[in-house]
Design a protein around this ligand. Structure first.
Ligand code: F6R
Length: 242
């Protein structure tokens, strides 16, 4: 695991560099996209490079990490819509090149299995962007998640619902209780993991991720077992590292 400590803007450029290098050498790459605050500056930087430097996504494909269950198709916080707004609509992905788990499917377990099959069918994810929850989750693999898990339905913890209430008018009652999420083994199948974490609120999770024992209680620690994991953190998020 490589850990880079740098200011936030620089971290976004480092992550964008990794994606640009991949796309320029392999234009039909498969990207893994995260939602939440952490990747937003990366998406801004990729959109800028698309417009100013001709960075192309036209042959690339992308898979999202997770999705809330039961949010109306037009809901702005539905992750499919967030990804569309933050990155997909700002670059030149082909129609249907970006996929996410279907949180409104009639048969959610079948939707999860279909999503796993779609990722495998695409040849797997080349580079997976990740954020980390204050409780150590990656995607929505909350503490206690199986380290061998695949895409499935999960119940969000109270902590995550509190953390995400800021996206729902600070009203926790509006935050969905369930989600579909890639599992830890799904994420570990990606060929390069790039995790971003900024701010003091992430310091304990980053400490556990980098220095704690591998444990389902801090799900992100599974990344210690990955052959190519990059952790990008600012000073505040790194403040508990020894
Ligand atoms: C989002 C996701 C989550 C977030 C995490 C951090 O797709 O999978 O694991 O990455 O909750 O969220 P932010 O970046 O908003 O602090």
């Amino acid at each position: 695991m490589e850990v880079v400590i740098a200011p936030g803007d620089q971290l976004a450029r480092i992550a964008a560099d990794a994606i640009e290098t991949l796309l320029r050498s392999q234009p039909d790459s498969v990207l893994g996209l995260a939602t939440g605050s952490s990747p937003l500056k990366v998406y801004d930087e990729l959109a800028r490079r698309h417009v100013e430097d001709g960075l192309g996504f036209g042959r690339a494909r992308a898979f999202m990490l997770d999705e809330y269950v039961g949010l109306a198709p037009g809901h702005p916080e539905r992750y499919r819509n967030v990804i569309e707004t933050e990155i997909a609509s700002r670059v030149d992905f082909a129609p249907d090149a970006v996929q996410g788990p279907d949180g409104n499917a009639g048969d959610l377990p079948a939707a999860c299995a279909a999503y796993e099959a779609a990722i495998v069918g695409a040849g797997g994810v080349d580079l997976q962007l990740l954020g980390i929850g204050t409780d150590g989750h990656i995607a929505f693999n909350e503490p206690g998640s199986s380290l061998a898990s695949r895409t499935r339905i999960k119940t969000l913890t109270q902590q995550t619902r509190e953390d995400n209430a800021r996206f729902f008018d600070d009203d926790i009652d509006r935050v969905p209780r369930h989600c579909l999420t890639q599992g830890l083994a799904t994420i570990m199948s990606a060929r390069h993991l790039v995790l971003l974490a900024t701010g003091k609120g992430k310091a304990e999770a980053v400490h556990q991720l980098v220095e704690g024992p591998v444990s389902a209680l801090w799900p992100a620690t599974i990344m210690q077992m990955h052959p190519h994991a990059t952790v990008l953190v600012d000073d505040a998020a790194a403040s508990r590292l020894q």
